[in-house]
Write a protein that binds this ligand. Structure first.
Ligand SMILES: *[C@@H]1O[C@H](CO)[C@@H](O)[C@H](O)[C@H]1NC(C)=O
Ligand SMILES: *[C@@H]1O[C@H](CO)[C@@H](O)[C@H](O)[C@H]1NC(C)=O
Ligand SMILES: *[C@@H]1O[C@H](CO)[C@@H](O)[C@H](O)[C@H]1NC(C)=O
Ligand SMILES: *[C@@H]1O[C@H](CO)[C@@H](O)[C@H](O)[C@H]1NC(C)=O
Ligand SMILES: *[C@@H]1O[C@H](CO)[C@@H](O)[C@H](O)[C@H]1NC(C)=O
Ligand SMILES: *[C@@H]1O[C@H](CO)[C@@H](O)[C@H](O)[C@H]1NC(C)=O
Ligand SMILES: *[C@@H]1O[C@H](CO)[C@@H](O)[C@H](O)[C@H]1NC(C)=O
Ligand SMILES: *[C@@H]1O[C@H](CO)[C@@H](O)[C@H](O)[C@H]1NC(C)=O
Length: 437
């Protein structure tokens, strides 16, 4: 789930002003960045990840840099797939959604105020009833600051505190986390575990989020940074989901025990300054990488010839918090036309849909000179059935003109991904067929 464009701008402003106003220098710990790549050895520090099918429409995810303005569509059979894992706060364990598209870690607090997509309070019955946090932090609340941020689909505000966070067998003492007292968060998990760079964290001065002043944003050490600084992990984590299943993994300081095949690709994590004109953030923020090329071989129609199209390079964010993959318009059009029969853009759902029994094209992304093929199960998302059209969702959608694009779950299901914050690079290896379902 990528944070809104507004938030990114605010972060940018804070980066520029934080040293002057708040008296602390760039908050990048020594162990993060500027190191040689960490070895990809199998580690015991892994935790199962399950794919949670959540009934919530796709629309709204599209404007990933924008705060949402409209309401939700109501194609109730549709779902987002969320990658969820168990995380212990103090002594209590919660289901949290893994998000490499943001950096704050938070839980909904008991009796939180339920908001709609416009931030207006609505009856509690409109919000999901997932287990919630007491608000009693083990290490106490942090005074005179508040938490307030928004996502492609979500608005949250609350308090910060110090908590002992246990994940994958590692306990990070006194990590800074948030307890959310008001939320629009239409996902049936207790909270979100943010795994992106510290430059995307959101701490505001003062106790009242409604009094936050644009630009007076400060950053802090996210949970994973603290884990690294407490020398509990090398500065890498790896993600290997199981499509539609409960046997995926997240691991810290090494790779999880999964079967892979073929070469491992390495590619630099590019900062936004290099890759995008707006927003300009002079720091590493998202896991932004270069897709060197895409090859799409259309499914054969009748006795026609196969038709292979090569598409030029583009930039994309690796985001476990986004279900589908968002691509340049021209590429998404090529893909849509390469199904047999072709996919159609459905106005009511705002996405490309295709007959569930269609033949998918063959598709591969080239990253770090290695080709990664996409399973047909990610091109035609069988569980994402639109009852109003009788069609299935296509896993690769139009991301418009706002580069960087997004590599979501439909790409990540095919690979073991390693996020190396020491070397500032991503590594990918194709998952073996045994991991496919
Ligand atoms: C969808 O929402 C519209 C407007 O709120 C409503 O009129 C319609 O009945 C809803 N459809 C379904 C299937 O819930
Ligand atoms: C939180 O702490 C307060 C004050 O110590 C206590 O009264 C309350 O019962 C605690 N709540 C929970 C859910 O532990
Ligand atoms: C979050 O901060 C904004 C100002 O940037 C403010 O308008 C909004 O009301 C705050 N949200 C909440 C829930 O207080
Ligand atoms: C890996 O492959 C081996 C042999 O094919 C198989 O026995 C094993 O269960 C697989 N492991 C996983 C995690 O899929
Ligand atoms: C091959 O695919 C491209 C891109 O979709 C399309 O423009 C072209 O017409 C196709 N050619 C044939 C022979 O199908
Ligand atoms: C779908 O939306 C587009 C753009 O809003 C519009 O031009 C087109 O007529 C709509 N198609 C249908 C079938 O409603
Ligand atoms: C796909 O399903 C449709 C309707 O459900 C059916 O008419 C068509 O024959 C099927 N096509 C194939 C190739 O099975
Ligand atoms: C990767 O794909 C490109 C484009 O189709 C192709 O030219 C290249 O030979 C492929 N590389 C490998 C190692 O298969």
């Amino acid at each position: 789930m990528v944070q809104s464009w507004i938030t990114s701008l605010l972060v940018s402003a804070a980066v520029a002003s934080s040293a002057g106003i708040h008296g602390f220098a760039a908050n990048v710990p020594g162990s993060i960045g500027r190191r040689t790549p960490s070895p990809d050895v199998v580690t015991d520090n892994f935790v199962p990840v399950r794919a949670l099918h959540h009934p919530h429409s796709f629309r709204g995810q599209k404007g990933r840099y924008r705060r949402q303005s409209g309401g939700q569509t109501n194609i109730s059979d549709y779902g987002q797939v969320r990658y969820v894992t168990e995380v212990t706060w103090g002594k209590e364990t919660f289901d949290m959604m893994l998000d490499t598209g943001s950096s704050d870690t938070w839980l909904l607090q008991k009796d939180y105020k339920c908001l709609n997509s416009n931030g207006v309070q609505v009856p509690k019955s409109d919000c999901s009833t997932t287990p919630t946090f007491s608000g009693n932090y083990t290490g106490g609340q942090i005074g005179n600051v508040n938490f307030n941020t928004s996502y492609g689909t979500g608005i949250v505000a609350g308090t910060f505190g110090w908590e002992d966070i246990t994940i994958a067998g590692i306990t990070v003492h006194n990590a800074q986390v948030a307890s959310v007292t008001e939320a629009y968060f239409p996902t049936s998990v207790s909270g979100l575990f943010g795994l992106a760079f510290s430059s995307l964290t959101g701490e505001w001065p003062g106790n009242d989020p409604s009094k936050n002043v644009k630009g007076e944003y400060q950053t802090y050490e996210p949970v994973f940074y603290k884990m690294v600084n407490q020398k509990l992990s090398l500065p890498t984590f790896s993600f290997a989901p199981q499509r539609n299943g409960d046997n995926g993994y997240l691991s810290f300081g090494g790779i999880p025990p999964v079967n892979t095949t073929g070469k491992t690709a390495s590619t630099a994590i590019l900062s936004n300054q290099v890759t995008s004109t707006v927003p300009t953030i002079e720091r590493d923020d998202f896991y932004n990488i270069k897709i060197e090329g895409t090859t799409v071989t259309a499914a054969k129609k009748n006795k026609g010839k196969t038709n292979t199209t090569h598409f030029q390079s583009f930039l994309a964010i690796v985001d476990t918090g986004t279900t589908v993959t968002y691509l340049p318009t021209a590429l998404s059009t090529i893909i849509a036309n390469s199904f047999n029969p072709a996919a159609t853009y459905v106005n009511t759902s705002g996405i490309y849909e295709v007959p569930c029994n269609a033949t998918a094209p063959k598709m591969a992304f080239t990253i770090g000179s290695v080709n990664f093929t996409i399973s047909p199960a990610d091109l035609i998302m069988q569980p994402q059935f639109d009852s109003s059209t009788g069609l299935c969702a296509v896993g690769f959608q139009d991301g418009g003109n706002d580069s960087p694009y997004t590599l979501g779950g439909t790409f990540l299901n095919n690979v073991l991904s390693t996020f190396d914050l020491g070397a500032l690079e991503m590594r990918f290896t194709a998952l073996g067929r045994n991991n496919w379902k």
